[in-house]
Write a protein of this length. Structure first.
Length: 205
């Protein structure tokens, strides 16, 4: 029997594939994901928690700008160890933090601020049909997501080849409800496993 692949091995593959993507292809994929995300959120402004993307990640810059401009309150992570959030108030009010990630200079609100979010959009390297999310390995989101409001959906942004049949899962891993790729919004969990909704993209090779 073939030994299941480790998270570390899967991360290497994803990062290599991301690194080979041209800036033009990234821009096209980001535009499609942003369009799907805005449509999924709807037109009634509320509060959404997003991540501030770095180069080589599914981009959130346009989504943050458009949501903020249309009246949404956008919470962004404060990445200084303990999970926390701050309100986005324009790109002039951002500063680089750990790993070069931009974070707001507005007051840090602590992890409990996530309970005010109507939806949470998280970073990932891959997502499985059951909602298992492969992150970078720090566990930041698994800790942060415990503070979300009950019933608030968790969505991940990914590339189409990063949606796979299964991934290694540990007890502390928090699943996502949907994954947004350039070709649409895909439901995870029982609905996906039961064949309800859109067909799933090809498995990561």
């Amino acid at each position: 029997m073939m030994k299941p692949r480790s998270k570390a091995s899967l991360r290497v593959d994803v990062l290599m594939q991301r690194g080979a993507l041209s800036m033009e292809d990234w821009a096209a994929e980001d535009a499609a994901r942003t369009s799907h995300l805005l449509h999924a959120l709807g037109h009634q402004p509320g509060t959404v928690a997003l991540y501030t993307s770095r180069r080589g990640e599914p981009g959130t810059v346009d989504a943050i700008t458009l949501l903020h401009g249309s009246g949404w309150q956008v919470l962004l992570p404060t990445v200084d160890g303990v999970p926390g959030w701050a309100v986005f108030d324009g790109w002039d009010g951002m500063r680089p933090a750990w790993g070069g990630i931009l974070q707001p200079t507005t007051p840090h609100l602590g992890g409990e601020a996530l309970s005010g979010a109507d939806a949470v959009v998280v970073a990932c390297l891959a997502v499985a049909r059951d909602g298992t999310r492969l992150g970078t390995g720090g566990g930041w989101y698994d800790r942060a997501l415990t503070s979300r409001r009950r019933g608030a959906p968790v969505w991940a942004l990914a590339r189409t080849p990063e949606v796979v049949d299964e991934l290694p899962r540990e007890p502390h891993d928090v699943a996502v409800d949907k994954v947004i790729t350039p070709d649409g919004v895909h439901t995870c969990g029982e609905a996906a496993l039961g064949g309800i909704g859109r067909p799933w993209p090809p498995e990561l090779s």
